[in-house]
Design a protein around this ligand. Structure first.
Ligand SMILES: Nc1nc2c(ncn2[C@@H]2O[C@H](COP(=O)(O)OP(=O)(O)OP(=O)(O)O)[C@@H](O)[C@H]2O)c(=O)[nH]1
Ligand SMILES: [Mg+2]
Length: 293
């Protein structure tokens, strides 16, 4: 049988469930997930390999109008996902009416490649609302194929994957068949810590944080990690640390548990907090953290 391979890029508004879907396809927690918008900041590949296929999924940041340089770079990742896609997965959630950005929406309407419109979170909906939504989207995107799904409950996810396989071109694999992602181990450490910060801190704090792992030392029994949590301002440093270090400790304990599962090994984490003034608007700092800057 001929081998199929290609890029399948997931795009959509913030918080619609893009990362949940990618993890469901891959069967690993590659992308962090929270109920807050703008959880994902990078383009993250999740590769699903079979004997005669390689599906290279891309999770991307939710589409927003950028207000500072970090967000501009996040939207550059989304743009890149339009450029190399063999199949576009445009995800919306029940109740949503359109992409917040007109220009991106036009790109989807004018897409030359197949678009699967994934209407997500149907577990929160009833049949009547679902049918109304399907009609709404079919009107806006007559060329797109609509698939109602629940990424969270794994409903219709397998069927969508089968459809993707049908649509993919014949091609040799782009990556080694045992490769799962394009990101290094430290990236997943940073993201896991950032997920705990998104979960436990309010308002601007999670959006002002970047994590950098300075040390990742693995031996037969244990991985020793030292990571720095960077904030934008002095006042944020105290908030991250909390009373007698209690808040920071919680982040460390929860991140460690997740990372022990992810790496299937004992993990030791040391966390530090540093102020890196206005890093979100500093091109040089952004490049250092893996954004285009
Ligand atoms: N009820 C329900 N909730 C879902 C479903 N899929 C995702 N969610 C929830 O929606 C929230 C956002 O999920 P994410 O996967 O982080 O969404 P995202 O589109 O990657 O978000 P950003 O990275 O911020 O753009 C989380 O609380 C998920 O648990 C679903 O099918 N049903
Ligand atoms: Mg995400």
């Amino acid at each position: 049988m001929a081998h199929k391979a290609g890029f399948v890029n997931i795009i959509g508004n913030p918080n619609v469930g893009k990362s949940t879907l990618m993890n469901a396809f891959v069967g690993e927690k590659l992308s962090i997930i929270t109920s807050k918008a703008q959880t994902t900041r990078h383009r993250i590949l999740g590769i699903v390999n079979g004997d005669d296929f390689q599906v290279i999924l891309s999770d991307t940041p939710g589409i927003i109008k950028p207000a500072y340089e970090l967000q501009t770079s996040m939207m550059d990742f989304v743009k890149s996902a339009f450029e190399d896609a063999d199949v576009l997965l445009y995800m919306v959630e029940i109740g949503e009416k359109a992409l917040k950005d007109e220009a991106f929406f036009k790109k989807i309407q004018n897409s030359k490649i197949p678009v699967l419109l994934l209407l997500n979170k149907i577990d929160t909906s009833d049949q009547e609302a679902l049918e109304a939504q399907m009609q709404h989207w079919q009107g806006l995107l007559p060329e797109a194929e609509i698939h109602p799904i629940s990424a969270l409950e794994n409903f219709n996810v397998r069927e969508v994957f089968e459809r993707i396989l049908e649509l993919l071109p014949e091609a040799p694999p782009y990556y080694p068949k045992d490769q799962l992602t394009d990101k290094p181990e430290r990236f997943f450490v940073n993201e896991t810590i950032r997920e705990k910060i998104l979960l436990h801190y309010k308002k601007e704090i999670p959006y002002s944080v970047e994590v950098e792992t300075e040390e990742f030392l693995e031996d037969d029994n244990i991985i020793r990690i030292r990571s720095v949590i960077m904030v934008e301002r002095d006042t944020q440093k105290g908030i991250i640390i909390g009373h007698k270090g209690s808040a920071l400790k919680k982040v460390g304990v929860e991140a460690r548990k997740d990372l022990e599962k992810f790496f299937d090994k004992q993990v030791h984490i040391e966390l530090y907090v540093k102020v890196n003034k206005n890093w979100r608007s500093n091109s040089q700092q952004l490049r250092r953290f893996g954004y285009n800057g």
